[in-house]
Design a protein around this ligand. Structure first.
Ligand code: 9Z3
Length: 342
């Protein structure tokens, strides 16, 4: 006979089953405590205070429990980190739930590998003597602006940074954060820009130790060279968490914005529309991998709306399509604002 909890898990919906058959991440408790304090503070601070959960960056899929190897994806967290800045500018408190070491609001301007912070610095020592480190003249104005925004967000406790790495961490923490946001009702928003894996290896099918590339005999690795041992990986589908987020975890009246990423232009519209019809949330922002920095499509009950950076601005713009938040709020001009400017 099956133990009682596996009977329950078998009959439950895929999301419930997922949470009962995969262990909760170690960080869940401490992150929940931080998020509860942050949400309670902003819930009490003013009846107008709105709070957004921004998810950003890619989830990993570990191949071993003691993880040496994992499946990853391309997302650097540009969309999420940039949008978080615009939400802060609009007066939202922001929980920035991001892939560990991906781009962060404000520091993203100076931390990318093509934007190394050291290139913005100089030292003013004379005649070979060490002096003070200073920001180079040509970058002073912009850095001052970014620094002021960063200090203001910190001083006013407007930004909470919470990292995730694996898809399991992401799902457990998303459930917990959404549930904690319940008291906020229609002052809560979800902006799901993270690139979340559709497949994973359940805990009970995962190798404990590093997968070996050579044959083992009696627990020891043989010294015989092996002729190309194949590694076949079997992945299970990740449950459609957006459905459960909309129907159960998120407060009723909250606004839910999801992103749909495709690579095939012929699929983008239909997949984004399908997502909206299936989950009944507020907005799906569709984008293609190749053109995501200057072209997105908004799919909502009102229909379809393309937002494009004009062609003339595309070549010199690193991330031209920055102010999606203004578009959602209905405030941004038609030409998106580009804080990077190059
Ligand atoms: C997105 O589509 C984001 O816009 C990007 C941003 C990941 C393309 P970067 O971080 O890229 O700026 O480099 N996110 C996709 C979100 C996602 O995985 N959506 C699921 C799906 O497409 C549904 S929630 O099935």
């Amino acid at each position: 006979m099956l133990p009682r909890n596996s009977l329950l898990a078998r009959d439950a919906d895929p999301a419930t089953q997922y949470f009962s058959s995969n262990p909760a991440p170690k960080s869940l408790q401490s992150h929940t405590t931080l998020a509860r304090e942050f949400i309670n503070y902003h819930h009490g601070v003013s009846p107008d205070r709105r709070l957004v959960l921004v998810t950003s960056g890619g989830t990993t899929v570990p191949l071993e429990n003691q993880t040496v190897r994992f499946i990853d994806n391309f997302s650097a967290g540009t969309r999420g980190a940039t949008s978080a800045e615009y939400f802060l500018q609009e007066g939202y408190a922001v929980i920035f739930f991001h892939r560990q070491f991906s781009l962060l609001p404000y520091s993203r301007h100076y931390s990318h590998s093509t934007n190394c912070f050291l290139d913005f610095m100089d030292e003013d020592g004379l005649e070979g003597k060490p002096g003070s480190v200073v920001v180079r003249k040509e970058y002073q104005e912009k850095m001052n602006y970014v620094l002021q925004q960063y200090h203001s967000a910190k001083k006013n406790r407007m930004l909470l940074l919470l990292p995730f790495t694996t898809v399991t961490e992401y799902l457990f923490e998303l459930r917990s954060l959404a549930t904690l946001m319940q008291p906020l009702g229609n002052r809560a928003m979800f902006y799901l820009a993270a690139a979340v894996s559709d497949f994973f290896i359940p805990r009970d099918k995962m190798e404990e130790h590093k997968i070996q590339s050579s044959e083992q005999s009696n627990g020891n690795i043989t010294d015989q060279p092996t002729a190309g041992k194949q590694l076949v990986i079997n992945l299970d589908p990740v449950p459609k968490f957006l459905s459960t987020l909309v129907s159960a975890w998120a407060p009723s009246g909250s606004m839910i914005v999801s992103f749909k990423l495709e690579t095939d232009p012929d699929l983008l519209l239909s997949k984004a529309q399908q997502s909206l019809h299936r989950y009944h949330h507020d907005l799906v922002i569709g984008n293609l991998l190749a053109t995501r920095k200057w072209e997105v499509v908004f799919i909502s009950k009102e229909g379809e709306k393309w937002i494009r950076v004009p062609k003339a601005r595309r070549s010199k713009s690193f991330s031209g399509l920055e102010n999606l938040v203004g578009k959602i709020e209905g405030k941004a001009e038609d030409t998106p604002v580009d804080l990077d400017g190059g």
